[in-house]
Structure formats: C-alpha cells, structure tokens
Design a binder for this molecule. Structure first.
Ligand code: ADP
Length: 390
C-alpha cells in the first residue's frame, strides 16, 4: 500500500518571508529560478528585499497584523529574521497557516537560555553557563561568575545579534557595572572559551526528513562581528565529522523544515562546543551562493516549498567570503573600493543597497579558490583593501 506523505503540501508557489533585509534579498534569484513568488514583511520600503519581491507587507517583523496580511497572500511563511512575536502568531498557526520552520523552533531560539536547555536535552555539547533572571543579589552574581571562572561572558538572553548584547567581563570588579549596563535584564553568564577556531555549518531539512549538510566552515569575528568565512574549514577529519553529526542531530531534533546555521567553538583538544543556532540562512553560509552547487538561499526555498533538496557540495576547492562593513568614510569612498574589489579575478561582490553606517553589514565579497591558493592570504588582502589594515 502506498503511503501518502502527510507533511507534503500541495503546490507551494508563493512564499512569505518575515524580514526584508539582505538575507531575503539574496533569495531573489533562486526564487525566480524555481518559479516561486516572494512576499516580504519588512518595515521600510527601502529595505533590500522589497526590490526583488513580488509584493511587500510594510510592517515590523514582530507585527502580528502584518503577518496576518502576509499569510493571506502566501502558501507558506518562512523567516529571514527570528525576532518575531511567537505567542502572537500562534492563533495563525492554529487556524492552519504553515510556518516553516514551525513557531516552536523560533520560540526556542529567541531565548539563549531555552537554546542551551535544548542543547542539553539533545546532547549537543556547549559552554558552561549560569542563568541570571535579574532579581539576584550582587553576592549571587559574584558567586555564579566565580564558579565559572574569569573571564566570563555576559549575554542578553533575547534579541542579541552580531555581538550586540555580548560582553566579555575580565575581572570581578567589572561584573556589577556590566550587569547594570544590561539594566539587570535576564542574561546568561557563560565561561569564556579560549577557542582555537570558530566553526559553523548550515543544515537544510525537508518535510520528508531529507537532510543536506553543507561543509564545515571557519568563521573569524572582529569585535564579535563576522569578518571572514573560509570554506571548508581546515580541521581534523573527525572534527568535520562531529560538526556534521551535531548538525544533523540538531535539524532532526528540531523537526526542522527549512535551514539552520549552527555556530561552534573548537577547543585546543578538538572538542566542538555549540555556541548558538539560527533557524534561517546565515552570514556564515553566504559563500554558498558562488561556491556550492545549491546556495543556502535556494536550499531554504526548496525545503519550505516541498521541492527536493539540492546538492550542498562545493563547486571549487575552497572559497573565502569577506564581509564589507560600513566605514567612517564617504559614500564615494565606499563606491571606489567596491569598484576595485570587483576587478579581482574570481571575486563576486554583493552590495545590499542599505544606508551606509559605520559597522553595518553592507555587502560581502566571495572568492572561489583553487587547491593551491592560500585563503587566509587572499582574505587578508581583500580586508586590507576594504578596511585599510596592513
Ligand atoms: P550574537 O548572538 O550577538 O552573535 P554570540 O554569542 O555569537 O553573539 O557572540 C559573538 C562572538 O563573541 C562569538 O562569535 C565569539 O567570537 C565571541 N564569544 C561569544 N561567546 C563567547 C565565549 N563564551 N567565549 C569566547 N568568545 C565568545
């Protein structure tokens, strides 16, 4: 007897995307290739993805009325931004609106504490941490930090991104001041991991349980913001294998339909500790646009619209992605640097057309490399051209 697949949805053609920044913008070409329409929910007409979408609901990403209008126009809703109002959206899910990934996945990642508790439940190793609700005494704060050992890392539990909301506390003297800086909101206090590398992996999963694992990449952060990604990461084979296993476990245990990014620390003794996850496309996967058979953006669209997943294989020996953050320079100077970088062989530059602000992610460049190339040297050269560093 043939079993019907209850998860498969009849012909999903119109995809609602909550968020209209660069991640949704980069879905544009893939959606076109796959014959899918994109409708984005984003606050401003000038947001990058409005230009590539078939329609836009101009509303903040956590505006439930906006998502209700989005749902009326779409077969499925997916995310490029997780800062939504999960509880507010639940009535939509209850009346049959399909969210992929499901709201329970979004709810889980919205609070770093819930993420950590989930990691523990499913056996994903992660840094030691303590929870602060904000009501503790300063004595309790000091006790918790002392148990972890200095330095400790204080992190906002909700709405942190790109290191906003993450502070390394080096000495006990800085503890209370840092906590006050967080207005004593709920935070995680975490051991500082003296990592040798930061690693990341993208994992896609379909409603039928098909899983596509991208290569493990190395990410380099400057001031807690991703500066560079090297694919594949140069690690022991068992580290890459561990990343793949943890990534698969994560996607399966989340019952994910969509794509998830997993960011990890690699310790000196080659242990992988999971730092955080994002149930959407991720900066660490941008290289896939130019260096993989199927980009992370196409893969997300495939997963949420019940198309077979594509191959996540690299199509070149290695690749490097460098983020182009806003500089304290004129627009003309940014444009001049863009023109220079575009001339570099094997380089593809993406400029998101966002307002220039120092430190803001404005674009990225990917370079596909051969086996003989040194990705770090290439990245350093590109970074020197953009950031003017030696
Ligand atoms: P966000 O959610 O804002 O991206 P993260 O938790 O990913 O914040 O932290 C940003 C960066 O800060 C990480 O990529 C890493 O470089 C550094 N960092 C965060 N937590 C730790 C830690 N426990 N030990 C060492 N470095 C850390």
């Amino acid at each position: 007897m043939a079993l019907s697949n209850p998860a498969a949805q009849p012909s999903i053609r119109r995809i609602g995307v909550i968020g209209g920044g660069q991640l949704a913008w980069m879905m544009g070409p893939a959606a076109q290739r796959l014959g899918l329409d994109l409708v984005v929910q984003t606050p401003n007409e000038a947001d990058p993805a409005v230009a590539i979408a078939q329609a836009a609901v101009l509303a903040p990403v956590d505006d439930v009325a906006g998502t209700t209008r989005l749902a009326d126009q779409c077969d499925v809703i997916t995310f490029e931004n997780e800062f939504i109002d999960c509880a507010g959206l639940q009535p939509l899910a209850d009346r049959g609106v399909i969210f992929r990934p499901g709201l329970e996945v979004l709810d889980l990642v919205l609070d770093k504490r819930h993420q950590r508790e989930f990691f523990a439940r499913i056996g994903l190793p992660n840094p030691r941490y303590a929870v602060l609700e904000g009501t503790e005494s300063e004595v309790e704060l000091h006790q918790k930090a002392a148990e972890l050992g200095f330095p400790v890392v204080m992190k906002t539990r909700r709405l942190g991104y790109d290191g906003y909301g993450t502070v390394v506390v080096r000495t006990p003297e800085d503890l209370v001041g840092t906590w006050n800086g967080f207005e004593r909101n709920p935070v995680l206090l975490e051991e500082f991991v003296p990592f040798t590398k930061e690693l990341a992996i993208m994992v896609a999963r379909s409603a039928t349980g098909e899983v596509a694992l991208y290569p493990t990449v190395e990410t380099v952060q400057v001031n807690q913001v991703c500066r560079r990604v090297v694919a594949p990461a140069v690690v022991n084979p068992w580290v890459a294998e561990t990343m793949a296993q943890l990534g698969r476990t994560l996607a399966e245990q989340l019952d994910l339909v969509g794509i998830v990014g997993m960011e990890c620390f690699l310790t000196e003794d080659d242990q992988v500790l999971v730092n955080e996850i994002a149930p959407r496309t991720h900066n660490s996967g941008h290289y896939s646009l130019d260096a993989c058979a199927t980009s992370q953006f196409e893969q997300q669209l495939r997963a949420v619209s019940d198309l077979p997943l594509g191959s996540p294989q690299l199509t070149c020996a290695q690749a490097v992605m460098v983020n182009l953050l806003g500089l304290a320079e004129s627009e003309a100077s940014h444009q001049q640097k863009i023109a220079q970088l575009q001339q570099r062989p094997n380089a593809t530059l993406y400029w998101y057309n966002k307002g220039i602000r120092p430190g803001r992610k404005l674009g990225h460049v990917t370079l596909c490399l051969g086996v003989e190339d040194d990705p770090v040297a290439v990245a350093e050269e590109v970074e020197a051209r953009w950031y003017g560093e030696a």
